[in-house]
Design a protein around this ligand. Sequence first.
Ligand code: PGA
Length: 235
Amino acid sequence: MRIFIEQSEQAVAQRAAGLIFENLANTDGPFGVATGSTPTPIYEQLSQLELSPSMKLFALDEYFQIDPNHPSSFRQTLIRELVRPCGFSEDNLHLPPASADESEIEKFEVLLNELGPVKIQLLGIGSNGHVAFNEPGSELESTTRKVKLHQTTIVDNQRHFQGEMPRFAVTQGIATIMRSEALLLVARGKHKAKALASMFGVGDLTPASHLAKHPNLIIVADSDAAALIESKSKS
Ligand code: PGA
């Protein structure tokens, strides 16, 4: 595991974008992408760097039964924040289906296997320790599936959503995420400190705790998010 602790939002974004670039330069990915307030400044930085216009992109999750043209769908968010600014193609952006249709979900997992493994997977972390929409209680063996959102997630994400937040989503599972060659987890803010510490065996186990088993895990955090792990990261 490698840990970088940075002092500002911009420094976090620059560090994360630099690490993504190192893993993706001169390749077509796949790049595993995330949504939320954490990735936004990282994508701004990435748009300044020269990545292949043929980059393949796999998203972690999508809201259940959302219209793909809804401005708060993860498809539209990624097109706006990442695909267009970086000069990628919408045809290369793959998201889990917004349905519980088993054959559609299976198709997504198969495509991810065929085009994968993901070279680097960007991840945020929920204040409850969720990764993608793997909410507390999610198992290490979980794969892509429909999930019910935790109340904390609904409250945390409402600010990003135009209209009433959906109650369900379809998310890559923890086993799906663990197949990536590298994981880059980024955390900012005091409200993430407990969740981040759960990856180091401090406090309750969370879905993020499972990721500590990955052989190539990189964490980038600001000092607020790293408040409960600083002694560990120096050792
Ligand atoms: P945030 O969400 O980046 O908006 O804090 C992170 C997450 O829920 O994974």
